[in-house]
Design a protein around this ligand. Structure first.
Ligand code: THU
Length: 130
């Protein structure tokens, strides 16, 4: 399945009455399965969740834990960069070489790696003192 189409489709279901900024994310797990998520806001603003977090939660619930590729789309003038928290969430399940595509609804894309998205990522290795 085309990740850009999956991200575009799920974006339409975003719940964003406060920011009015709908975001869609779709990822392909190493198994080949595609998982999608949209942002889900809440009147208690900090309770809102990002599209990337939704796609990752769907992936884990679906039984996958490794991301092979991820695409994020929003109606922004330039491809929307994932927030800091989502960069860390993606890095939990993706190697540094994994491709991240940031897209706009009018067709602009920016492709980068997870290492570029989150340079110097904190990882489990930083807790290893042996
Ligand atoms: N948002 C995402 O879902 N992903 C991003 O990468 C950037 C921001 C959402 C969170 C909030 O619902 C809205 O966009 C405005 O910040």
């Amino acid at each position: 399945m085309d990740l850009l189409k999956a991200a575009r489709d799920v974006r339409m279901r975003a719940w964003a009455p406060y920011s009015r900024f709908k975001v869609g994310a779709a990822l392909r797990a190493e198994s080949g399965a595609v998982y999608a998520g949209c942002n889900v806001e809440n009147v208690a603003y900090p309770e809102g969740t990002c599209a990337e977090a939704g796609a990752i939660a769907a992936m884990v619930a679906g039984g996958d834990t490794r991301i092979a590729e991820i695409t994020v789309i929003a109606d922004s003038p330039e491809p929307v960069p994932c927030c800091g928290g989502c960069r860390q969430k993606i890095a939990e399940f993706a190697g540094p070489e994994v491709r991240v595509t940031l897209a706009t609804t009018d067709g602009k894309t920016r492709v980068m790696s997870v290492a570029e998205l989150l340079p110097g990522a904190f990882s489990a290795a930083h807790m290893d003192r042996t």
